[in-house]
Design a protein around this ligand. Structure first.
Ligand code: G
Ligand code: G
Ligand code: NA
Ligand code: MN
Length: 253
């Protein structure tokens, strides 16, 4: 793919665009945050999804400047919403490399300060495999981030290598149940059983639970009845460009 050689240029030229997918309180339906999902507005190839460039960014070391770009633009957006009267915390995806970079917490603190946002306005979504790659260093970085007041979430929970043991020692606030379990929880018996078990696990560990991939009202209701805290998925909204997100939010409140 020639795509890779253009990525550095894309970061410099601000060709990366951020879409926002809302999350809502499962009981009240109130919007409680937005996940930030990166796309690349490529001059020749059109809008590329993250699967087309994130893996390459991870292999080439460009993931660190890319993550800074995403954090910078997402916190700027969060500040703009704040000025409009909307306090919508943002959740940014962060891969292994950043969790192994001991300067990452200071970079995050600097970006929060630059945009005048409290640390509580930022959640970092991390994957289990990122932790397992180097648990001691990751734990050190996560502890520093937590001390800053940033919220930490384990993404795609249940799909990586089994790391239930790490849940005891990792300083995280939130578990996101992978959509491969939640989307079909009502129609597939084993998906339902796994979703209920993961909810129980999170509740016993006093973690907040986000169910992703919630596509219909019935699944939303079932999750709320099981005590799930937050829902995210097409039932609420697809990921939206900033203007559409603002319109969606205005129509909703
Ligand atoms: O937006 P989409 O549903 O195609 O996202 C697919 C995957 O890409 C998700 O798993 C998400 O975690 C990842 N992803 C999206 N944006 C970012 C980003 O800014 N940084 C990283 N590291 N991953 C991202
Ligand atoms: O890996 P991560 O969980 O961050 O990926 C988020 C991805 O899931 C995005 O690509 C987003 O478009 C997709 N997504 C978000 N909501 C839904 C949903 O309700 N159903 C399905 N099938 N995909 C979803
Ligand atoms: Na995510
Ligand atoms: Mn996920």
């Amino acid at each position: 793919l020639t795509v890779i050689s253009d990525l550095r240029h894309a970061i410099d030229q601000a060709e990366l665009v951020l879409h926002y997918q809302p999350k809502a309180d499962a009981r009240t339906g109130a919007v409680c945050g937005a996940e930030v999902l990166c796309r690349w507005q490529h001059p020749r190839l059109g809008l590329l999804g993250p699967d087309r460039f994130i893996p390459a960014a991870e292999e080439t070391g460009l993931i660190e400047p890319l993550t800074r770009y995403v954090l910078d633009h997402a916190l700027a957006q969060c500040h703009a919403w704040h000025l409009t009267g909307w306090d919508v915390p943002v959740s940014v995806n962060v891969g292994a490399q950043c969790l192994h970079d001991t300067t990452f917490p200071d970079q995050v603190a600097g970006l929060l300060a630059r945009h005048g946002r409290p640390a509580s306005a930022l959640t970092l979504e991390i994957t289990e495999s990122a932790i397992i790659a180097d648990p001691i260093r990751a734990s050190d970085v996560l502890t520093k981030l937590r001390e800053l007041g940033v919220r930490l979430s384990i993404d795609d929970f249940g799909t990586g290598y089994s790391s239930i043991a790490y849940l005891r020692t990792m300083p995280v606030h939130e578990m996101k149940i992978d959509r491969s379990f939640t989307t079909n929880m009502r129609t597939d018996a084993s998906s339902g059983a796994i979703t209920r078990s993961l909810l129980g696990l999170a509740q016993n560990l006093e973690l907040e639970v986000v169910a992703e991939g919630v596509e219909d009202e019935e699944t939303w209701s079932a999750l709320a009845a099981l005590g799930c805290d937050i829902v995210q998925g097409y039932c609420l909204s697809r990921p939206l460009p900033p203007d559409d997100f603002a319109t969606w939010l205005r129509d909703r409140v």
